[in-house]
Ligand binder design. Structure first.
Ligand code: PLP
Length: 425
């Protein structure tokens, strides 16, 4: 039966049977016992389904993955040990040395580095495009060996809203899937698959957890992309895998081809699964995601409106503000609110921005975002410090940009803390 998001947040994934725990159990075990050698052999021959080793599957992880798949409206979900691992695997599952992909240039700094530096070392080339370019200029970047297009629903830290339908159309014109990192919007505010996106990724470390307890990631497949229609581009999915019983994923698993390949090949060979303990913590966060997101948005809207009027603030970027350049896109894709993250600039020198942050009381300076607690960061001196000034500008990060992640405390207290710190500048 189809359930609403609020019900999935609470009830999705774990369905206890008679006498079983109401709360999702933590199966903190590397391995699972069988009674005969034959039983174990049948698992390896893919004749039976069952758990045997946690790197490949674990009941706690699976329950949480099922919940996230349902929240995003996908056919399958794989949890990873970090959001970085999710971004890497989402692409590495369909790209190999000699291949190319395209990404929006305003993505999170860690992803920017992964795509531009580390994946290049593996022989996978990435082109960074400005999503503001017109279609013809962007489409000119597709090559015969291009395998996907990547973007963030709401970019971190710039707060740019990604026009999912537009990029899905362009990707599909060139026979490749669109992958969207939906970390900031969460499925409560936006479900990219409904707008034509094929694969969704998350850093579950952020709102999904919401309490800064675990680092994790997720990859959700819509099951909608027709790999067979572009079989020459995706041999990994459409030709036999000799390391996996000679099976062809698309033929053997249909809509689950991408997810099955990711688990049975990448997780088998590279690992990066979350611990069951972390999945349990993530699940607790998910149980209140539908309550927290509206409050984050409500608080952030009030803070953004207050910042916009403050004489020491030079600019505010929050898509919830009617004058914002992304307002119309946000209204289309996220009519109930975007997220709690605001980017703004302070008048004055870089040192004054640092003074402002140092004078905050309960609002904390942390390398984190999208948390129940309000927090602040200066990307040019913190998360993005490995980028040159030119790369910073390319990534849409102004040197005076302060990233404020508005939490779910009382909004008047948040504003009072900001005000007293600005008074000391
Ligand atoms: N994607 C986005 C949008 C992020 O903000 C981050 C981290 O800040 C990541 C991916 C990477 O996630 P993680 O820190 O869980 O590896």
């Amino acid at each position: 039966m189809k359930r609403n998001l609020e019900t999935i947040c609470i009830q999705g994934g774990w369905k206890p049977k008679k006498g079983e725990p109401q709360q999702l159990p933590i199966y903190q075990s590397t391995t699972f016992k069988y009674e005969t050698s034959e039983q174990m052999a049948r698992l390896f021959d893919l004749k039976d389904e069952g758990y045997f080793y946690t790197r490949l599957a674990n009941p706690t992880n699976d329950a949480v993955a099922k919940k996230i798949a349902a929240l995003e409206g996908g056919v399958g979900c794989v949890l990873t040990s970090s959001g970085q691992a999710a971004s890497f695997y989402a692409i590495f599952n369909i790209c190999q040395a000699g291949d190319h992909f395209i990404t929006s240039n305003n993505i999170y700094g860690g992803t920017f580095n992964l795509f531009g530096v580390t994946m290049k070392k593996l022989g996978i080339e990435c082109t960074f495009v400005d999503p503001e370019w017109d279609d013809a200029r962007i489409e000119a970047e597709f090559r015969p060996n291009t395998k996907c297009f990547f973007g963030e629903t709401i970019s971190n830290p710039g707060g740019c809203v990604f026009d999912i339908e537009r990029f899905a159309r362009m990707a599909h014109n060139h026979g490749v899937p669109l992958i969207v990192d939906n970390t900031f919007a969460t499925p409560i505010n936006c479900r990219p698959i409904e707008w034509g996106c094929d694969i969704v990724t998350h850093s579950t470390t952020k709102y999904m957890d919401g309490h800064a307890t675990q680092v994790g990631g997720a990859i959700i497949d819509s099951g909608n992309f027709d790999w067979e229609a572009h079989a020459e581009k995706f041999p990994g999915l459409c030709t036999p895998d000799e390391s996996y019983h000679g099976l062809t994923y698309t033929k053997a698993f249909g809509k689950m081809a991408y997810t099955t390949k990711l688990v049975s090949q990448l997780m088998r060979d590279l690992g990066s699964i979350p611990s069951p303990q972390n999945s349990f913590l993530l699940n607790l966060g998910l149980e209140t995601l539908h309550l927290r997101m509206p409050r984050h948005c409500e608080n952030a809207q009030k803070v953004a409106e207050w910042l916009e009027k403050h004489p020491k603030v030079s600019w505010v970027n929050y898509a919830g503000l009617p004058g914002n350049k992304y307002h119309a896109l946000a209204q289309k894709y996220m009519p109930n609110g975007t997220c709690g993250v605001i980017a703004f600039g302070l008048k004055g020198t870089r040192d004054e921005a640092i003074k402002f942050m140092d004078n905050l009381d309960f609002i904390s300076i942390v390398t984190h975002v999208a948390d129940a607690r309000t927090c602040v960061l200066h990307p040019a001196s913190h998360t993005h410090r490995q980028l040159s000034d030119e790369q910073l500008r390319e990534a849409g990060v102004a040197p005076d940009l302060v990233r404020l992640s508005v939490g779910i405390e009382n909004v008047n207290d948040i504003i009072a803390d900001l005000e007293q710190a600005m008074n000391k500048m």
